[in-house]
Design a protein around this ligand. Sequence first.
Ligand code: KIV
Ligand code: NA
Length: 280
Amino acid sequence: RPAVTLHRLREQVARGEPLAMLTCYDATYAALLDAAGVDLLLVGDSLGNVIQGQSGTQSVTLEQMAYHTACVARGRRSAFLLADLPFGCYEASPQQAFESAAVLMRAGAQMVKLEGGGEMVATVRFLVDRGIPVCAHLGLTPQRVHALGGFRVQGRDDAAAAALRADATAMADAGAAMLVLELVPTALATEITQAHPAMATIGIGAGPHTAGQVLVLHDALGLTSDVSGHGARRPRFVRDFTREAADGQPCATLSPGQAVAIYVADVRARRFPDAQRHGF
Ligand code: KIV
Ligand code: NA
């Protein structure tokens, strides 16, 4: 297939075709996910959990992110490659963020993702103005989980929903090309998606109506219950694509490649996530 570019992703979103994103940390899976039709590979700092066995993402370094980004870049053929700016390497100033983003871009990233709302707006603008596409990340932001008081759905009450709405608008105005919405009520995620057609929303635990979906790869392959960073239980928004059909019933065990192909097909057809079983 032709290279997935930001331009093509925008056309896809404009056609109403959902984007399928998965996290990816190495060359082997990059090739497998790419061949299965995944649009975007995210080198997530969730690698702290699923690769390193840490209890969170805060210990992940820029050097580690660059290493995994380079591994994924070697394995991918046409999928678009995003990488997370890890905790502590972008919050202090736009300049710090640019220098860190440049390290990830040199390693092969085509877009960087950062967590945070209004306080990160100047940084997003600074990066975008200097040619670095940015994906924002709102709702449950794992780098700030200690301040948020745990892995809980965000934006539930009116004040929190209004703050999230305002942050999304600020990110769109600052030029963010994409916005990950994590653990956000379906209605709010839908509203934000409709309000900002030029900023592709990518949901995780945000219902079926965002412009795209993302899952941690190891969650989608049913490999995690207690190391994926969402607490001891399997989170409600996860589906094990190797063993579970779209209706939640068990299915014949699938290979990773088959499971990822089903993920892509079900995201495209909006069969995943299921509004009732996976949403809030
Ligand atoms: O690091 C990660 O895996 C992420 C996704 C869950 C959005 O940020
Ligand atoms: Na992340």
